[in-house]
Ligand binder design. Structure first.
Ligand SMILES: NC(=O)c1ccc[n+]([C@@H]2O[C@H](COP(=O)([O-])OP(=O)(O)OC[C@H]3O[C@@H](n4cnc5c(N)ncnc54)[C@H](OP(=O)(O)O)[C@@H]3O)[C@@H](O)[C@H]2O)c1
Length: 309
């Protein structure tokens, strides 16, 4: 499919407008429908005074060399947000590809995550330093607790608060936290997470968690937006894609973006990376958004944190 030149244009004017209205999460939702956004310009404000590019590249399961090439291709296409994690074993490739791109560090939003085995106060502080060393950076834009490990997550969060204070992470958040985990965190600690990265797609449309995050001003970041590739051939997705003249992957990504989520599809294929980024030139009608909302079947492809105490 053709890639318009406009996708490479950085819309500074539009970004400033968004900044001036921050933190108005609903503004982004409406704004996305105006189709002024591009992959590079579309940002969502967090409750911690940072702006997250709405679409990022996921790098889970990308082997180091593939990861370098994927990040390189994504940055060339206009992506400015890379989602990594210590456990993915590819932080060095992410850092190297960003450095080699020549794009200023400050223009790329880099996320990494604290792995379960490194949870606890002192352990988390040390893990952040190891991740920074591998990335070859002196800060990340977002540091997330990867999973709500029982008995450890509150101490880990206190370490993340310290990390934020030190400037090693511009913002901090969580991943795989359900409502009960968020309620506990909010009660016991002092900084509200900027973001909660969870599995989210039309087949796992957890409205309770979505509404809770929205009510607290916590951004929901949709991981596995293509259901890890397992729902791409679903006939409902195909019919919807045909209706809009888009691909199945684009329909799934656009649905999540249009709900106001940050979205991080993964691919190591440059054509698919471009395809997944070409989602700012159309919008799904309100009726079709509702139709897609109704596809929920609580279908999980990754781990299930619901029963974690
Ligand atoms: N916090 C967490 O616990 C957690 C858990 C899971 C994921 N994540 C994050 O979310 C990211 C995305 O999730 P994910 O990797 O599970 O799955 P995903 O993005 O839903 O799907 C990725 C799969 O779809 C394929 N694919 C990508 N674009 C495609 C296209 N346009 N057409 C056809 N196939 C396509 C990919 O293969 P190719 O690479 O061969 O194109 C890969 O097999 C991860 O990389 C990671 O950064 C976080």
């Amino acid at each position: 499919m053709g890639i318009g030149k406009g996708f490479f244009v950085y819309s500074q004017k539009h970004q400033n407008l968004e900044n001036s209205l921050a933190p108005n999460y609903f503004f982004h939702y409406l704004c996305l429908n105006t189709m002024l956004d591009t992959i590079t310009s579309s940002h969502i404000p967090t409750n911690q005074n940072t702006n997250v590019p709405a679409l990022g590249l996921g790098v889970w399961k990308s082997k180091p060399k593939e990861c370098y090439a994927a990040v390189e291709a994504a940055l060339r296409f206009g992506y400015r947000h890379i989602d990594s994690a210590a456990i993915y074993g590819n932080e060095s490739s992410v850092g190297e590809a960003i450095r080699d791109s020549g794009i200023p560090r400050s223009d790329v939003f880099v996320v990494t995550k604290l792995w379960n085995a490194d949870q606890g106060y002192k352990e988390a502080l040390a893990a952040m330093d190891r991740s920074l060393e591998k990335l070859g950076m002196d800060y990340v834009d977002m540091y997330l607790i990867h999973f709500p490990v029982t008995g450890k997550r509150l101490d880990s969060w206190k370490a993340l608060e310290k990390i934020k204070e030190s400037g090693k992470a511009k913002s901090i958040g969580v991943s795989n936290f359900m409502v009960s985990h968020l309620e506990e965190l909010i009660k016991e600690t002092s900084i509200l997470p900027a973001m909660n990265q969870v599995e989210f797609h039309p087949f796992l449309n957890d409205t309770k968690l979505f509404d809770y995050c929205r009510s607290k001003g916590i951004l929901l970041e949709a991981y596995s937006p293509l259901a890890h590739g397992k729902k791409l051939e679903d006939p409902k997705v195909t019919a919807m894609a045909e209706k809009y003249g888009k691909t199945n992957a684009q329909i799934l990504i656009r649905w999540s973006l249009q709900k106001g989520n940050v979205v991080i599809p993964k691919s190591v294929n440059p054509n698919r990376i471009a395809e997944n980024g070409t989602v700012f030139d159309f919008s799904i009608s309100e009726a079709d958004m509702k139709e897609m909302d109704s596809w929920n079947e609580n279908y999980r492809t990754c781990w299930d944190p619901s029963d974690v105490l």
